[in-house]
Design a protein. Structure first.
Length: 712
């Protein structure tokens, strides 16, 4: 029996689906929970929302289904596009079954237009009120049935037509996650990534809002695709139907061909509604992330990564000394970056040969790993498993393992990127080669952590004669998962030239992301802020770099760099052997401070106080009985007397001791420095801190300080 309506609710979010058929179900409402609902109420709601009732005369959709088609009278982008014998196929979906409870529903429909296709759509409301939608197509025809090509299969939900702004993202290397706010575009609009990874210019999400997006208030509806390769985000603002937002995998023509028995399962799309602005949006996603069984439960270790300390100049004695110094100052995870493997003296060679270079490391990496473990630290190692250099033993032996279009230019692999190419991990032999070499080293050295890099776009990816991006991404996920199955406790960081792959898909198998190759803390303030729209701070690597950033040339104070690092999963990417006594002492104090405050930062609710001056960057982390606020400037302030800082999220009925934690050093300021600030703190009720706030000092540009609040 097919129920007439499906009503799901959880954590303040509700979705009402009209499943009376005979076609695909229609979403009548997605947003704030409505409370109990009878079928009579739902039927009345359907009548109240219908643009017209049959037998009307307008050639347009009565309601927009979960996968709208031209044949429904939908004039936006179809929810799917299929081809049979090379010709666009117009399915006629007939609802075949519905299974549901209070939080999950599965809808099955069959194509009455002769393709023997079964469409399954699953909708669930999970922790935090995040709505997940996933589509799957299965070919159930006999062996003599014709194949069907899937051009796209996208998830989309309606949003109110009163939404008038759209937030997406753009960016570049070392400046990821640049917010782009536009008026709601007219018609059917798509943003796409065709890089074989989401990319530094990844749209990240499509977030529709009423008015300009704000951190602390406003109503928003957004979608993010949990997928780490090519993707499409879509917005349909047509004049004769509701507005849709959605997302799906970007498939090349011919990439997915369903023969009898085959199934294509599209990536899951997360739909997030917030009535409390961007902070409410982030809080829902963070709640979902932190509720996953694989979410890191142990304290996030303080890291030292060797890249900006030594680059390719690997000297065992110096790296041993660096490990000693790291342990002395309180580092908990020591990561040896690029340059350790056979022939790797620069970035033009050797990818794919994951064998320790004995000309540099005559005794192998065993002594360093043993030393690091003996010092009480975890040992991490850099790999770039998806890539291969032409100047490598593996490429010379197996040129057919490259992921490229071998039908052109006399088998020339075509465009390189950073002097490297892509290993076809969907090839079982190539996959086994990479897995075997990595597995051997992880087991031999007791590797605790892999920095998993991915430093190029994919170009003309062809696997077994078809576009290969989809198969490649599934193979990458499986490689990560298999390594973790073989080595319980192994953690993986997703790095892709920095932040080019920081999505919820890769975090099903990875444990943190590297937000950017820029350690410039001015750039990092915004990169980390916007990465945090999806990811809680404990999953976002944030390192203290050298005084002068190698990616921007900017010189910044150590206290500013440390305060910015404190806002994530903290660490160092710096030759700390070169630090003077004062810097070394400050590093040790920062290590202790990070360990003290990380339970608050990594478990608390993230908030962004409203401040008018665009020079301020303030981020708070509010736990049950404590809070941390990082207060920073990225430019000169507009006013001689700065604003008041009001602290949202505090318990209004409790008193708080507010302390300035100056272990990292003092912020520089001028003109105005209020008494509470120069005294190092104050005690006030939560209601006053939230509603009235604290007078801020007139900080100089690019300065920061840390406030620690504890219940009195």
């Amino acid at each position: 029996m097919i129920p007439g309506f499906v009503h799901l609710e959880r954590d303040g979010i509700g979705i009402i689906v009209d499943s009376r058929g005979p076609g695909l179900p229609c979403v009548l409402h997605w947003g704030a929970a409505t409370g109990p609902l009878t079928d009579a109420d739902a039927a009345a709601l359907a009548r109240a929302l219908s643009r017209q009732s049959p037998p009307g005369t307008l050639d347009a959709a009565w309601q927009v289904s979960l996968s709208p088609q031209e044949g429904d009278g939908w004039t936006g982008r179809p929810g799917m596009q299929l081809r049979a014998a090379g010709i666009v196929h117009h399915p006629r979906w007939v609802l075949d079954g519905v299974e549901s409870d209070d939080r999950r529903a599965t809808f099955r429909a069959r194509d009455a237009a002769g393709t023997a296709l079964l469409l399954t759509i699953e909708i669930s409301i999970e922790a935090g009120g995040v709505v997940w939608v996933q589509h799957a197509l299965r070919h159930e025809g006999g062996l003599d049935a014709s194949p069907v090509d899937v051009d796209w299969l996208e998830a989309a939900l309606p949003v109110p037509t009163t939404t008038d702004t759209l937030l997406t993202f753009d960016g570049r290397w070392t400046r990821e996650k640049r917010p782009v706010v536009t008026a709601m575009p007219a018609g059917a609009t798509v943003r796409q990534s065709r890089r074989g990874r989401p990319g530094h210019d990844n749209p990240v999400a499509a977030i529709a809002g009423i008015g300009a997006p704000r951190w602390r208030d406003g109503e928003l509806w957004g979608v993010h695709l949990a997928w780490s390769s090519d993707l499409t985000t879509r917005v349909d603002r047509v004049t004769d139907a509701v507005t849709l937002i959605g997302a799906g995998e970007l498939l090349r023509p011919g990439e997915i061909r369903l023969s009898p028995g085959d199934e294509y399962v599209a990536p899951r799309a997360a739909f997030v509604h917030s009535g409390a602005g961007l902070d409410g949006f982030a809080d829902r996603v963070h709640t979902w992330m932190r509720g996953r069984p694989q979410h890191p439960a142990s304290p996030r270790p303080l890291v030292l990564n060797t890249w900006e300390a030594v680059y390719f100049d690997h000297d065992p004695a110096r790296l041993a000394a660096l490990a000693e110094r790291a342990a002395e100052v309180g580092v908990e995870r020591f990561v040896l970056d690029d340059g350790w493997f056979q022939g790797r003296r620069d970035d033009t060679t050797s990818l794919g040969d994951w064998i320790v270079d004995r000309t540099v490391w005559p005794d192998g990496l065993g002594p360093l790993a043993a030393q690091v473990h003996g010092l009480g630290m975890q040992f991490g190692l850099w790999f770039e498993p998806e890539m291969v250099s032409l100047d490598s033993d593996v490429a010379r032996a197996h040129p057919d393992w490259l992921l490229h279009d071998a039908g052109h230019l006399d088998h020339d692999p075509g465009l390189s990127w950073r002097g490297q190419y892509v290993m076809d991990l969907a090839n079982p032999d190539a996959h086994a080669h990479v897995l075997g070499q990595m597995d051997s080293l992880v087991g031999e050295l007791g590797i605790d952590f892999i920095k998993w890099d991915h430093n190029r776009d994919l170009v003309e990816s062809v696997h077994a004669g078809r576009p290969g991006g989809h198969a490649q991404m599934l193979a990458v996920y499986e490689l990560m998962a298999e390594l973790k199955r073989r080595h319980p406790g192994l953690e993986i960081e997703s790095c892709s030239s920095g932040g080019a792959r920081t999505d919820l898909g890769v975090l099903e198998v990875a444990d943190r992301v590297w937000a950017s190759d820029s350690n410039d803390p001015v750039e990092r303030q915004d990169i980390q802020r916007w990465t945090g729209l999806l990811l809680p701070p404990e999953l976002v690597g944030a390192h203290v770099g050298p005084t002068m950033s190698h990616s921007s040339g900017r010189t910044t104070a150590l206290s500013f760099r440390m305060a910015t690092s404190l806002m994530g999963s903290a660490g160092f990417e710096w030759d700390i052997l070169s630090c003077d006594a004062d810097e070394t002492a400050a590093i040790a104090r920062f290590a202790a401070l990070y360990k003290e405050l990380r339970p608050i930062v990594h478990r608390g609710r993230v908030v962004h106080p409203d401040l008018r001056d665009p020079a301020w960057r303030v981020t708070g982390y509010v736990a049950d009985d404590a809070a941390v606020f990082v207060v920073a400037t990225v430019a000169s302030l507009e006013d001689a007397r700065a604003e008041r800082l009001r602290m949202p999220g505090l318990d209004r009925d409790r008193r708080y001791r507010v302390r300035v934690r100056d272990e990292i050093g003092s912020a520089e300021y001028g003109w105005i420095a209020p008494e509470w600030f120069t005294a190092g703190g104050i005690e006030l009720p939560g209601a006053l801190l939230a509603d009235v706030g604290l007078q801020l000092p007139t900080l100089w540009p690019v300065q920061a300080f840390v406030l620690h609040l504890e219940v009195a």
